[in-house]
Design a protein around this ligand. Structure first.
Ligand SMILES: Cc1cc2nc3c(=O)[nH]c(=O)nc-3n(C[C@H](O)[C@H](O)[C@H](O)COP(=O)(O)OP(=O)(O)OC[C@H]3O[C@@H](n4cnc5c(N)ncnc54)[C@H](O)[C@@H]3O)c2cc1C
Length: 315
């Protein structure tokens, strides 16, 4: 980092940020991509990806690595750094991107911040996070080999992760708030035909208690309101909370407009209400949050940034 004013700072190294880095490199922008963890974002949490065009049955880590290598091969500059705030000086129009190591100055910013797991809200959730409560089956599933796991959630991610867990755990109990799962029918059929999987509809987890590790789980029958406490040997079971994700857009402050769920409102060029600030990927309001749409957003955002800077663009 120096006093240099860059063309572009890209925040986030998931598929949206890496795709933006690829397109920015090909447009010869002086850009840096800042990622607080390893590159790949949510892709690295995904064991198998079946819907990325041209790469059937690829694994998330492999796809993340391929995108990172492609970006670096094209000259993209990737740094591991946590961005803590973004500001814009009205007079100069320059952005200041503060990180845990310093401040970057840039003419444009693409925020590809993604989304984080949503909490389920039961008693004991915070206390047992990392000690029986997890938000990622791909990351933590192996700790539950031959144990009983509860999966909270009824969407596609919950269904996919429950199928993954069924290969490891002795039993998977899916706890679904409503009277049906929202996941794709094909996934629900696979769950229903898996003998290790039990689906409890109209049920919520209200509390998890225990010592160092959980030893009881309290379930509520949402139809009757009845509570049922299930006691288990301490540490013999786990809870995977897979109730969706929420955008991580706090660091953009008032520079952006958000919808009622916190997603950033952009136009179809990924532009926000602040000139030179673009938002791409899961963090923005859109109908489908997937790798392919994140990558497309990143490409559009980098192209829009180049156009904003008055540079020739691809396409
Ligand atoms: C379990 C699971 C399974 C999935 N399966 C599929 C699938 O099969 N097919 C599919 O297409 N999609 C799948 N998805 C969805 C897909 O992974 C996301 O839609 C996609 O990764 C979104 O990309 P993104 O770049 O917008 O955000 P992310 O992938 O979330 O990347 C955002 C990045 O920004 C970084 N970041 C955030 N804040 C900061 C900060 N302050 N400073 C620095 N860096 C920061 C994060 O660390 C992260 O790496 C799955 C998601 C999950 C969780």
């Amino acid at each position: 980092m120096s006093d240099t004013v860059r063309d572009l700072v890209i925040i986030g190294g998931g598929p949206a940020g890496l795709s933006a880095a690829i397109y920015a490199s090909r447009s010869m922008l002086d850009a840096v991509t800042l990622e607080r963890e390893a590159s790949g974002g949510q892709m690295v949490l995904t064991g198998e990806i079946d819907n990325y065009p041209g790469l059937p049955g690829t694994d998330g880590y492999g796809l993340a690595e391929a995108m990172r290598a492609q970006a670096e091969g094209l000259g993209a500059h990737l740094e591991m750094d946590l961005v803590t705030s973004v500001g814009r000086d009205e007079a100069s129009g320059l952005f200041s991107v503060s990180t845990s190591t310093g401040v970057y100055q840039a003419k444009c910013v693409i925020a590809a911040l993604g989304a984080r797991p949503r909490r389920a809200g039961f008693e004991g959730e915070e206390e047992f996070t990392g000690r029986g409560v997890s938000y990622c089956a791909t990351c933590d599933g192996m700790f539950y080999r031959n144990k009983h796991v509860f999966v909270i959630g009824g969407g596609n991610s919950a269904a996919e992760e429950a199928l993954f867990l069924a290969r490891i755990a002795s039993k998977v109990t899916i706890v679904v708030r409503r009277d049906h799962m929202r996941a794709q029918t094909a996934l629900v059929r696979r769950l229903e035909s898996d003998e290790k999987v039990e689906i409890r509809y109209q049920t919520s987890v209200v509390a998890v208690e225990g010592g160092r590790l959980p030893s009881s789980i309290t379930l509520r029958d949402n139809a009757t309101g009845t509570l049922k406490v299930e006691n288990h040997e301490e540490g013999s079971f786990g809870i995977f909370v897979l109730v969706g994700r929420e955008p991580e857009t706090e660091l953009l402050g008032n520079l952006v407009e958000r919808d009622e769920s916190g997603y950033v409102v952009t136009d179809d060029r990924m532009a926000t209400r602040t000139p030179g600030l673009f938002v791409a990927g899961d963090a923005r309001r859109k109908p489908l949050r997937q790798i392919v749409t994140a990558a497309a957003d990143g490409a559009v955002a980098a192209t829009s940034a180049a156009a904003y800077l008055g540079l020739p663009v691809e396409g």
